[in-house]
Each structure stands twice: as C-alpha cells, then as structure tokens.
Design a protein around this ligand. Structure first.
Ligand code: LMR
Length: 328
C-alpha cells in the first residue's frame, strides 16, 4: 500500500507534468540519467525546464525525465535520431559511435581541473566540437560541467597496483577501457543505471565517477571507499537532433539558445561547489574517502598517462597541446 504522502507526491508530480504542456506548444522531452538535486546536471536540467516553461509558455513545453526513467545513455541518442526525444545531456564519453574527437576528454590526467576544461571548451577548437556531428544528425547546444572523477573499489586503492586484477565498470568508451587495462584491471562497460546493482552483487569490483554521481546513486554504500584521484573528468554535451532544431521557428531557436546559454553559465560556475557538497555528504553518510600522497599520485599518473599515446592520432597532437596549455 502506498502511503498518503507518497500518493500525494505522485499525484502532484503527475499533475504538474500533464498541466505543463498545453495544446499547440512545441514539446521538448529531455531525458537524462542522473538524480535531480545535489547534482550539476540534475540542477541544470531542472532550471532549464523551469525557465523555458515560464518564459516560453504557450510556445514551448519542456519536460525533464531524470534517473534513466525514459532512456539510458546507451539508447538515448538513437531515440533522438528517431525523433522520440528532443534533448539529452550524455557524458562526452558516450558519443563514441558519432565522433572520436571527444576522446580527448577521457584521457587520464589531461585536464588539471574544471577551469582548464572550461577554457578548452570555450576555445575555437572546443566550440567547433559542438557541431562536429551534424552530418550524423546531432547538434551540440552547450557543454555542461559535472566534475573530476574519483576511483572506488571493494578494497582500498592507494597505489595503482591495488587496481590490478579488479573488474571496473566503465562508460562505453575506448579510452576508458584502455585506461583500466593500463592499471591491470578489467574494464566492464555498462549503463549508469546498472552500476549500483553490479557493485552490490560483485559483478564488478569498482568504478570511477564524480562525487555527485557517487553520492547521488549511493555507490559509496557498496564500495570499501573512494580514493580522491581527480584523474579524469565527466562532462556533458547538451544535445538535440539537427532535424528537430531545424524544424523550430527562428524566434523559438533564438529564445531557447539564449536561455540555454544563461543556464549553462550559471550552473557551470556552480558545478564544483555542488560536487564538493556531494563529497561532504558521502563523508557525512559514513563513506570512506582516501587521499593520495604526492608520491602515490605520481604513481597513478605514471601508470595511466601512457594511454595518451594510443589515442594521439584520434584526438590530434595539436588538440592535446591546446588542452595542456589550458592547465597553465
Ligand atoms: C556515467 O555513466 O557514469 C555518467 O556518465 C553518468 C552521468 O550522466 O553523469
């Protein structure tokens, strides 16, 4: 039996969702996979929904479907090309089928922090990447930040050798598979929605993710601890289909693009704070967080960085050089 509170909450959310769209409005379904609060993407998506529905009422109706309730990341881009969903914000690791350019974002220790990522994305090279898949029917509207990745497992990870022989869930990305192989681990690609269960049942031993994802999906509950490695990033492309975008009247395109740019700027500047709060929430909930000594960190760098060589031709040495410059 559902509690009265749960029943009311369900009715309220159903009413809101239904009441949101009026006859004649252009409907934009936005599917994503994370939780909604204490999460950079979740908060940004909700803010976008709120602003579009307030400021474009009568013209456009935006509905967010979080937590993989509509599609997981392995399905959403195909659904978009079929016209079943109009907005998504998959991590940059999930465009493997469409472009090799984004592999630069997965290379371990490529970016020192999110400011460097931001600077690279805002360069001409970065901005051009948003339109690198139009031939394949996808148009990037903005880069949305999450944050730096941390490593967790069912045993303490202090030296890279601790990862040897462990099975690690990875996003479906060739770079991330190579990175785990470099550690002597066994990479297991799987959808985000399946990670908690896979960690809990021991299908995999560990994973890498940002604080907001580790907290939002409670991975810390089913891991020995999390090591603050900051070895890579998770960032997103807010993406639509070229077909859908081209079908919009020009004034709608303009207003939507303006709102998207404002939401992007506001929320990207808060992404770091959101992740730090999530880290604190992990600690408050009893999760174990481990720090690396400078020597240990150097060992992780030394073990993982050779992966760059494998992907140099895909991402271009000039892009690697440009990314490295943003670290200075
Ligand atoms: C993951 O699959 O681990 C992340 O890309 C999930 C997300 O959207 O942050």
């Amino acid at each position: 039996l559902m509690s009265a509170v749960a029943a009311t909450a369900l009715m309220t959310s159903a009413t809101t969702a239904m009441a949101a769209c009026d006859e004649g409005e252009i409907v934009i379904k936005f599917s994503h996979v994370t939780n909604t609060d204490k999460h950079p993407k979740g908060i940004a998506a909700s803010l976008l929904e709120q602003r579009v529905n307030e400021e474009m009422n009568g013209k456009v109706c935006l509905e967010v479907f979080p937590n993989s309730t509509l599609y997981n990341d392995n399905q959403v881009l195909e659904a978009m090309l079929n016209g079943d969903v109009q907005l998504a914000a998959p991590s940059l690791s999930k465009f493997e089928q469409f472009t090799k350019q984004f592999r630069i974002f997965d290379l371990p220790f490529m970016f020192k922090n999110m400011d460097a990522v931001n600077a690279f994305q805002n360069s001409d090279t970065g901005q051009a990447m948003k339109e690198s898949m139009t031939r394949r029917g996808l148009l990037g509207l903005a880069f949305w930040h999450n944050g730096m990745k941390q490593m967790s497992a069912n045993k303490p990870l202090e030296n890279p050798s601790d990862a040897e022989g462990l099975k690690f869930r990875v996003q479906n990305s060739e770079v991330l598979k190579a990175q785990m192989a470099a550690l002597g681990g066994s990479p297991q690609p799987m959808a985000f929605s399946e990670v908690y269960g896979a960690l809990q049942t021991g299908v995999v031993d560990g994973q890498e993710n940002t604080w907001s994802n580790i907290y939002g999906k409670k991975f810390f509950e089913v891991q020995d601890g999390i090591t603050e490695t900051n070895h890579g990033i998770i960032d997103y492309l807010l993406v639509t289909s070229t077909d859908f975008w081209d079908s919009l009247p020009e004034d709608v395109q303009t207003q939507l693009a303006t709102i998207i740019n404002e939401v992007t700027e506001t929320r990207n500047s808060e992404a770091y704070t959101v992740n730090q709060a999530a880290k604190q929430s992990v600690i408050d909930a009893g999760g174990v967080v481990r720090q690396l000594t400078p020597e240990q960190r150097a060992a992780w760098v030394e073990t993982m960085k050779p992966v760059w060589d494998q992907f140099k031709d895909d991402v271009g040495q000039e892009n690697i050089d440009a990314a490295q410059k943003t670290n200075q």
